[in-house]
Design a protein around this ligand. Structure first.
Ligand SMILES: Nc1ncnc2c1ncn2[C@@H]1O[C@H](COP(=O)(O)OP(=O)(O)OP(=O)(O)O)[C@@H](O)[C@H]1O
Ligand SMILES: [Mg+2]
Length: 371
């Protein structure tokens, strides 16, 4: 036991919780030119991003994701609140100190923003020239970075000759050039196809692990969150409506917006042909619709087996199994047919075993069968 050996042996050093790379407190940002309606883009944001983590911010269009990300390096200066990065309150710095502090924050974008008249090497070197690196140190650093992102053979190409994925690799090399502690990604994979997206996310994960870099990324795709993130923050109308560890968010989402994003990713949106007929109370001949999330061993097969054993009919309306943090993650919409009591008991038992079960309402058995 740790406590026993601590008493017997030398004093145990105090446990220090992982330091936060970013702390946002009370952030507010209001846009609005004179005579135009004001938009509150950020409405009281408090957020801590642990050092070394990959944190994803997800939310609908206009939620304030880009405003939040741009507030972290003060590209967007908040109207109220403080932004602390690596222990430094950026909002308190003068312009010269802020410019220096920004060198420890890299950023990549959806549209790669590469200079067309510079080669791959030239684009990466530019970041170092701007950061004031000595000439002799620049070339070896560029070589090292291109190797890191897998572009050593493209050093002398111009951006026009690159694929989208290769352009984003240049963007990543450029962002990492001055050895930042933090990488901000604004929809960095939104312009890429699914396979290239996976490769870029794998590269971001590799960099996070290899260099210990903290990553804050924004996305409107839950698949990006599932593939790469440790923590998730759900933003809506300038406010954080839910946040947590990625496994908890997937297996036990709380907020309707989180559930909405998740159902899109897991293919468990209720089909429109059923949604229009759903009733909150059971009518004669109805079945009960539930959405179910389960991680790991309680996968699809065992759940359906348990329902059958209990004498509950279960029609599969929608769903799929996807990997989540190396485990199978099951998401299903089921139409359950049986006595209310039997189903209630089963729901209670499945919840006790860690399943998340959301009641969706009742619909005619015929309507399900017709699909
Ligand atoms: N420079 C600006 N001037 C005026 N309004 C702005 C400005 N930037 C953002 N907004 C408004 O602030 C709100 C939040 O915008 P933001 O770009 O942060 O959203 P987002 O979550 O990144 O959306 P998207 O997913 O579409 O990129 C929106 O209503 C937007 O119209
Ligand atoms: Mg945006």
């Amino acid at each position: 036991m740790a406590i026993a050996s601590a008493v017997a042996g030398s004093p145990v050093p105090a446990l220090t919780p992982p330091a936060d790379m970013i702390r946002l407190e009370g952030l507010r940002k209001i846009f609005g030119a004179k005579g135009k309606p004001q938009v509150t883009a950020l409405d009281g944001i408090d957020l801590a991003v642990p050092a070394g983590s990959i944190t994803a911010i997800i939310g609908p269009s206009g939620a304030g994701k880009s405003s939040l990300l741009r507030a972290v390096n003060l590209l967007e200066r908040p109207d109220a609140g403080t932004v602390t990065v690596g222990g430094t309150d950026l909002t308190a710095l003068d312009e010269a100190s802020l410019r220096r502090a920004r060198q420890s924050i890299g950023m990549i974008f959806q549209h790669f923003n590469l200079l067309a008249n510079r080669t791959v090497s030239g684009n990466v070197a530019l970041a170092l020239e701007l950061a004031g690196w000595q000439k002799a140190r620049i070339a070896p650093r560029v070589t090292e970075l291109l190797a890191l992102v897998g572009l050593s053979d493209k050093a002398d190409q111009y951006p026009a000759a690159l694929s989208g994925g290769q352009k984003q690799r240049v963007g990543i090399a450029r962002a990492l050039a001055p050895q930042p502690q933090l990488l901000l990604c604004d929809e960095a994979t939104s312009a890429l196809d699914p396979e290239t997206t996976r490769q870029i996310l794998a590269l971001i994960r590799q960099i996070n692990q290899q260099l210990g870099l903290t990553v804050l990324l924004i996305t409107h795709e839950m698949s990006v969150v599932r593939e790469v993130a440790d923590h998730v923050v759900v933003l809506e109308a300038g406010r954080i409506v839910e946040q947590g560890d990625v496994t908890r968010i997937f297996t036990h989402p709380h907020h309707p917006t989180t559930r909405h994003f998740l159902s899109g990713e897991t293919g468990t949106q209720l089909p429109e042909r059923l949604a229009v007929h759903v009733s909150p109370v059971a009518r004669a001949g109805d079945v009960r619709l539930v959405r179910l999330h389960a991680l790991g061993a309680i996968a699809a097969g065992p759940i359906l087996g348990r329902l059958a054993e209990a004498g509950i009919g279960a029609g599969l309306v929608a769903g799929r199994v996807q990997p989540l943090k190396g485990q199978p993650f099951t998401a299903l919409v089921l139409a359950l047919d049986g006595s209310e009591n039997t189903i209630n008991n089963m729901v209670t038992r499945l919840r006790a075993d860690g399943c998340d079960i959301e009641e969706l309402g009742y619909v005619a058995a015929d309507a399900v069968a017709a699909g």
